[in-house]
Write a protein that binds this ligand. Structure first.
Ligand code: ADP
Ligand code: UDP
Length: 237
């Protein structure tokens, strides 16, 4: 069913589907990148973990009333999704301070925000994905003010569901990134991936980092950590 390659990104390849204009195949690679592509490595098996964990998360969200582009797992590293036109923003939700916000605003790591923060970044590698405000979002895309509100509300709903999802497997959801796209009817749909590559997850019992920060900060065995997450998910199924 897989047809020609449409796009190769840092973490995934995107393929057209034969005789179907409304679906795509996302093929997860074993590549890991950080710091806007400056740090790179290949980890055998990583694509499988991101594919299966992302699929489990989208399935959970669907079961809890939040639909997405996800349709089904095709094999270890590939999933079928609804084709969207990606809105060029990374929508980040933060529960606890970590990463760029600690550097940008001087907030100490591990401080819990009184209520979750939602931030928009402009998806542009050349510009280093800058933080933008709502006025910039209106300038830089075809979204309306109502759609900005809708994306923020959806992001907070996803945060609530993901908090419970990860809590069940002994992980604290620190922050995460979402992408939204527009489907062929113009509706905004949760797209891309949700995985330990796009979330910060700290072990509830030990505080150990169990996400891509293991690679970013050179803390140890990235694939071992992703394997532990998948095993915990399988244990609670
Ligand atoms: P990057 O482009 O940042 O290197 P990836 O390697 O993850 O990222 O590439 C996957 C690409 O597919 C991203 O550009 C992402 O926005 C895009 N994408 C994700 N879901 C969909 C979808 N449902 N329809 C179209 N494009 C999608
Ligand atoms: N994130 C992501 N892709 C990006 C940038 C961030 O998935 O291109 C995720 C990241 O994994 C974290 C959250 O978004 O869970 C917030 O990231 P932050 O802004 O702190 O950036 P970083 O510390 O990664 O530079």
């Amino acid at each position: 069913m897989k047809a020609d390659l449409l796009y190769e990104g840092k973490a995934k390849k995107v393929f057209r589907v034969q005789d179907n204009d409304y679906s795509l195949v996302l093929s997860y690679k074993n590549d890991a990148t950080a710091f806007n592509g400056e740090k790179k490595a290949v980890f055998e098996g990583k694509g499988r973990y991101n594919n299966l964990i992302s699929a489990a998360i989208f399935t959970y969200l669907e079961e809890h009333g939040i639909s997405s582009h996800f349709k089904k797992v095709l094999n270890d590293t590939e999933q079928l999704v609804e084709k969207t036109t990606i809105i060029p923003f990374e929508v980040v939700v933060r529960n606890i301070a970590a990463g760029s916000i600690t550097r940008r605003l001087g907030i100490k790591e591990k401080i819990r925000f009184p209520s979750p923060l939602v931030e928009f970044y402009y998806k542009d590698d050349q510009l280093g994905d800058p933080l933008i405000n709502d006025a910039h979002a209106l300038l830089l895309s075809d979204v309306t003010e109502e759609e900005i509100i809708q994306m923020k509300q959806l992001a907070l709903q996803v945060n609530n569901k993901l908090h419970a999802f990860f809590n069940d497997i002994g992980l604290e959801l620190i922050d995460f990134k979402l992408e939204f796209g527009r489907n062929h009817t113009g509706v905004i749909v949760l797209s891309d991936e949700i995985s330990p590559d796009t979330c910060r997850l700290w072990d509830t019992a030990t505080g150990e980092k169990m996400d891509k920060d293991v690679f970013r900060e050179g803390l140890g065995d990235l694939v071992g950590v992703y394997d532990a997450i998948l095993k915990r998910l399988e244990a609670v199924k």
